[in-house]
Design a protein around this ligand. Structure first.
Ligand code: XMP
Length: 490
């Protein structure tokens, strides 16, 4: 066998701070840089960003906000399969053209009762529906009600309602619904079946909201895209999430280059309609083991801000090298690559793409936003939100030990691979994501690339010394006003 000392002839592996993008001649203005990408074989996004499957980052609120802005959220799995299905359905329904849970009035109610009900439910109008047959008898709005509140609030709602109702069938398109509204000067159209029974409602507000999010990630039915994490051996959860409409299932494992994990992932892939992204991996050989069936691969062994995998296990792969090695193989098989973890700045995100990733996944960057689960806490006059590793004691106690290929044996002490922490409160996801994507577009501008595929080809790295690294950050000054995209303690 080889002498042990041969092991010390070690290859170099690099991460974000070791490299910079070499500036190149450019005709691309940052605003023109198109960040459209593919995150898995059948899912395209206008924004190449995913929010991490962590219980302090992504539940349905985050997933809705991410998809509206053009990215995608991956729901964590510290909840049972039924709860996950409910979360997926919330995302899928969020921007649905046809509202299914319609607030309705009954013909037996008085004008005052309906007024109170509309106030309570926060709606400005309601179809009046026959209690027995479900047929639409009329429609009532705040405008119809107002004169009755002065005189006759005890009158039946049927006296105040409009009884010539403009309705539409279930296959109405947004355009057709809008035309109906313009032609009849109305703001809501009940959707009915062949027997005039109410099945839903389309509102002007709903249509305009969809227009506001013109970059949104939507499926073929126009619903927002949604990802979901599944454990490496959770066939049941995979089927439930798939059934509920998840677009992508993410095999959620800290070390997916494992024969049992790969076999199980392959079985899951065979059973579901959703795309299946396999991860995490960090080497060329791991990529080779999964590219024949994976719809995407996720890269990251220990780069995360809350990760202790590398110090606890002594194992890991600096992220830029990991991404490049995996991308060498994945690109040959047309499999998209996601760089997961360790991204602190927009510059890191675009470096990951230069190294061969198609999209990036972030946890800590988003954990401080309003849309992340958990409440804002104040310490020493500053606001924070909780952020913890899914391999931390707290998170593992709530499930998911199998991410680290450990049995969750009761009473046994976990060997954690993550920590529990707090992260500065940051306000809305939209503004955080705007800074992130804006910085990435500027990065594309410095390299002179108009699209992500072009950028991946054109980008070149230079190696940075410790002195160069210091030069990169603000230095020799005292920062007085915090920038929205730079924090010295990131
Ligand atoms: P960032 O740096 O964006 O990283 O906060 C988020 C990613 O970190 C991974 N993750 C963990 N890795 N122990 C680990 O070694 C953990 O407890 C842990 N929790 C999350 C995960 O890939 C996530 O997307």
């Amino acid at each position: 066998s080889e002498p042990f000392s041969e092991k010390l002839r070690v290859p170099e592996a690099l991460t974000f701070d070791d490299v910079l993008l070499r500036p190149k001649e450019s005709r691309v203005e940052p605003d023109e840089a198109d960040t459209t990408t593919r995150v898995s074989k059948s899912v395209e996004l206008t924004v190449p960003v995913l929010s991490a499957a962590m219980d302090t980052v992504t539940e349905s609120d985050m997933a809705i906000a991410m998809a509206r802005q053009g990215g995608i959220g991956v729901l964590h799995r510290n909840m049972n399969a039924d709860q996950m299905a409910t979360e997926i359905e919330r995302v899928k329904r969020a921007d649905e053209l046809i509202i299914r849970d319609v607030v309705t009035a009954s013909p037996n109610q008085t004008v005052r009762e309906v007024d109170e009900m509309m106030e309570r439910e926060g709606v400005s109008g309601a179809p009046v529906v026959d209690d027995d047959s479900g047929e639409v008898l009329g429609i009532i709005s705040g405008t119809d009600i107002r004169p009755y509140l002065e005189v006759g609030e005890d009158d039946a709602v049927t006296d105040a309602m409009t009884d010539e109702v403009v309705t539409a069938p279930e296959d109405v398109t947004p355009r057709e619904a809008l035309e109906l509204m313009y032609d009849h000067k109305i703001e809501r159209v009940p959707i009915v079946d062949g027997e005039n029974r109410l099945v839903g409602l389309v509102t002007m507000q709903g249509i305009l909201q969809r227009r506001e999010y013109d970059q949104a990630a939507r499926d073929h039915d126009g619903s927002l895209r949604c990802g979901a994490a599944v454990g490496p051996f959770e066939m049941d959860r995979a089927q439930v999430a798939d059934e509920a409409g998840a677009d992508i299932l993410f095999i959620d494992c800290a070390h997916a280059h494992n024969a049992n994990v790969i076999e199980s992932a392959r079985e899951i892939k065979a059973e579901v309609d959703a795309d299946v992204v396999v991860g995490n991996i960090g080497t060329r050989e791991a990529a080779e083991a999964v590219v024949d069936f994976a719809d995407g691969v996720k890269v990251g062994i220990g780069p995360g801000s809350i990760c202790t995998t590398r110090v606890v296990t002594g194992s890991g792969m600096p992220q830029i090298t990991a991404v490049a090695q995996v991308a060498d193989v994945a690109s040959q098989h047309d499999v998209p690559v996601i760089a997961d973890g360790g991204i602190r700045y927009s510059g890191d995100a675009i470096k990951a793409i230069a190294a061969g990733a198609d999209a990036v996944m972030l946890g800590s960057y988003f954990a401080g936003t309003d849309e992340a689960p958990g409440r804002v806490i104040t310490m020493n006059g500053k606001k924070y939100k909780q952020y913890r590793g899914m391999g931390s004691v707290g998170a593992m106690n709530e499930g998911g030990g199998d991410r680290y290929l450990k049995d969750d044996e009761e009473g046994e002490e976990f060997v954690p691979e993550g920590v529990e922490a707090a992260t500065p409160y940051k306000g809305s996801l939209a503004s955080e994501l705007h800074q992130l994507v804006g910085g990435m577009q500027s990065g594309m501008g410095y390299v002179g690339a108009e699209t992500i595929p072009e950028f991946k080809q054109r980008a070149e790295f230079v190696r940075v010394s410790a002195a160069g690294q210091q030069e990169s950050h603000p230095h020799d000054v005292m920062i007085t006003d915090e920038a929205p995209n730079y924090s010295p303690d990131s």
